[in-house]
Design a protein around this ligand. Sequence first.
Ligand SMILES: *[C@@H]1O[C@H](CO)[C@@H](O)[C@H](O)[C@H]1NC(C)=O
Length: 262
Amino acid sequence: MLSIAIFLLLQTINTAAEERLQAFFKTEHNSVLFDETPISEERSDSLISCSRRCTRDKRCMSANFIKSDKTCFLLDKTRATHPERLLKQANVIHLEKVNSGLGSIQQLAAPSCQSLPSAIHPSGIYWVDPDGGSHDNAFKVYCEMKTDGGGWTLVWSYKFTNYEPFWTSANAVTPRPSWSALNGVNVPVSTTPPMNETDYNAIDFQLWREFGKEILIKSNINNWLVCSPDTGSLVEWQDGNVICKIVKRVNEMCPDGPTYRF
Ligand SMILES: *[C@@H]1O[C@H](CO)[C@@H](O)[C@H](O)[C@H]1NC(C)=O
């Protein structure tokens, strides 16, 4: 009689580079994913240490743990990609990295921050690959997973060149994204994804539309807004109105502002 038990393991590992790696595994008892070319074959004391090896190895997508001789085979295949290879075998546990590790490594790049289930993904840095296909062009972004349901990609973080004379032409936001600007706008252009809210950078403006059309604007001087396109759209670079709602009030002097037009 084949008994199947499925549970989830969460692994959080600090590698030498102090990059926080995390992966969930689904385990299936008395099952093996047949693979004549495993990434590695190593002795492993337990299922946990086998899963830990797989968490550390960016190529590893699943593993077979042979209980009798405590051997851990790391594989770059999965039952999803090779369903015909999943066989019943006593005393073997098959482990598979599942979606919950989404965005934690380049091979598990998520399509967007929005595709990460916010309940188990805190705000932080994740791998994303908005154009899909090969993950070779995946890159890291900061996902804001808390405000208004979460799933926001941090596309731009800026400060002011000269905050004190706020209304004079001596003041500008810096850096600016790679959108067209009038001659004479003399601040650096950034195409480097910001890694947190105080890393003043911008994702290449051409990529913004791939993350969505709604915009969350956070500020420490104005109320926070979520804006959707109407006749206008920021990501489509189209003049007109956008529809905004306040999602957090931080400014008591202008409780109903600001209103935005792009
Ligand atoms: C923000 O990100 C930058 C660039 O990766 C890093 O140098 C800085 O330490 C980070 N700051 C915080 C508060 O995490």
